[in-house]
Design a protein around this ligand. Structure first.
Ligand SMILES: [Mg+2]
Length: 326
């Protein structure tokens, strides 16, 4: 398997290098020139990237990421905080995500706590994960390598989260992702931290199309038409992992476009939401959020990887046959 190293910009470099004022802090990691080659322009069939795309809160970590350090730091009860954000959002007709980002800032100010980028990044180290998450990424990469052999298949991990990219940056798993799309503050824009990017439930689907079209640079327009055979990561090569209602738009986009989705629930906990998603045809599988080797989640993910690798081989053979006829 060709490791993603050739196209992966090490995320930790972003934190190490301080951007100059006014410069985009959350630079895309994938330079245009290093994007997956467009099929037809390379020497052989090159749509061999498998993309595993994850939600964060409730999928990789049991609780929303703000609850591990930020809310305790400002002495605010998590249940009360989310209830207040939802109430204000309803009363004001405001987007709930913009509301929570503003409320975080307001509550911190009231508690005399400064909200800045470095603090939020530092809080990432307190985020906890479901069992096996930290070792999961390498294990499924190894599995894909063992299935695909020397066929040049590359497995990448992506994160699409409504949570805060600054907190994600400080977690132990940040470097595992090829790219992270998450909500983000703009600290030096105005007198208060201002939402730079807000990723809503439906907005998440934009990033699925960005991965699909190879347009991960936020400066590139996603709206222009691109023929299916020019898209470097077909939906059929993608698996989306989510935990509930907020993932329904993403799961629907995946499934309608020939992609795959898996719903997770607290291990040993209530699986009613997952059962409903499964019955509604939103997901291929569901399982407890146990990411350890041999778990139901691991085995069902491996089944989908088997299928994706087989699909890639079939499409590659078709591509070679068609090429010879030209
Ligand atoms: Mg979630």
């Amino acid at each position: 398997m060709a490791k993603a190293a050739s196209v992966k910009t090490k995320p930790n470099k972003r934190t190490a290098k301080k951007p100059t004022k006014g410069q985009e802090k959350n630079k895309p990691r994938v330079k245009k020139s290093k994007r997956a080659k467009t099929p037809g322009h390379g020497k052989g069939y090159d749509k061999k990237i498998i993309a595993l795309v994850y939600d964060f809160d409730g999928t990789l970590s049991p609780r929303p990421m703000q609850e591990y350090a930020f809310l305790p730091k400002i002495g605010v009860d998590a249940g009360a905080f989310w209830a207040e954000a939802n109430r204000i959002s309803r009363e004001e007709g405001a987007d709930v995500l913009i509301t929570y980002m503003h409320l975080m800032y307001q509550k911190a100010k009231a508690a005399g706590v400064v909200v800045n980028r470095d603090d939020l990044v530092a809080q990432g180290k307190d985020v906890e994960f479901y069992p096996g998450v930290e070792d999961w990424f390498k294990k499924v990469e190894d599995y894909a390598t063992s299935v695909a052999g020397g066929d040049g298949v590359t497995l990448r991990h992506y994160l699409i989260s409504s949570g805060l990219s600054e907190i994600v940056e400080g977690t132990s798993i940040y470097s595992k992702f090829h790219n992270v799309f998450a909500s983000e503050y703009w600290f030096d824009a105005y007198e208060l931290p201002y939402p730079k990017r807000v990723i809503t439930d439906t907005g998440k689907t934009q990033y699925l199309f960005r991965i699909n079209k190879g347009l991960e640079d936020m400066g590139e327009s996603i709206n222009e038409h691109m023929d299916e055979d020019l898209r470097p990561v077909p939906f059929a090569n993608m698996i989306y992992f989510g935990d509930g209602d907020t993932d329904v738009p993403s799961m629907a986009v995946m499934r309608k476009n020939g992609g795959h989705a898996i719903a997770v629930h607290t291990p040993g906990g209530d699986d009613a939401k997952c059962v409903n998603l499964f019955k509604a045809g939103r997901v291929d599988f569901y399982a407890g959020a146990d990411y350890r080797l041999g778990s139901d989640l691991y085995q069902r993910t491996c089944l989908l990887i088997d299928r994706i690798v087989a699909d890639i081989r079939v499409r590659e053979e078709t591509w070679h046959m068609a090429s010879r006829l030209k």
